[in-house]
Design a protein around this ligand. Sequence first.
Ligand code: FES
Length: 205
Amino acid sequence: MSWEKELIDKANEIIELYPEKRSALGPLLYLAQEKDGYISNDSIIQISNLVGITEVQVKSVASFYSMYKEEQTGKYLLSVCKSISCEINDSRSVIDSVKNFTGLENYETDNDKVFTFEEVECIGACGGAPAVQVNYETVEGLTPEKSLQMCEWLKEERPELVVADELQEKFGGVKSFDWAIKDNTGSSYSVPGFQNIGTAKEKNL
Ligand code: FES
């Protein structure tokens, strides 16, 4: 479905933040993904017109980076790190636990569109390995049991907003380090929560 005026206005606000229109390509792709859950062909055309580059150029960026999805994801994208720090801290058991609960293999989405599962390379939380992201909100120091509880909680509670601090408090363990400020903004779909593109929303914890 084509972009409505409100979304185009939002896109133009983002474009204004950059000296060159084409530099807004990345955030606009996230906007498109938040709209449909993936980067649709229609969004490719819209973005191409908005930033003045060809559809092939837009598509080449969208298909290169794994955080831009070509198919609709479930409500919760579970990205489990499999890189070295996590691996030596038993991420394999966390991966097995998530796979057993969801019944999914890598890059699969369940029929009810609740979960998408993927194994990913380092997500920058090595000090708190093993680490997992839910809609790019990071939780560190997971165990197989805690990851199972987290999946059960997501399935039962279906939170609209996934917030890293909340996940960490409920299911996490050792953290890399404490953030200087409390972060109560979260992500509402399989896109990172960024305030300047409107995908981050405040939650009262
Ligand atoms: S290796 Fe897993 S977060 Fe870095």
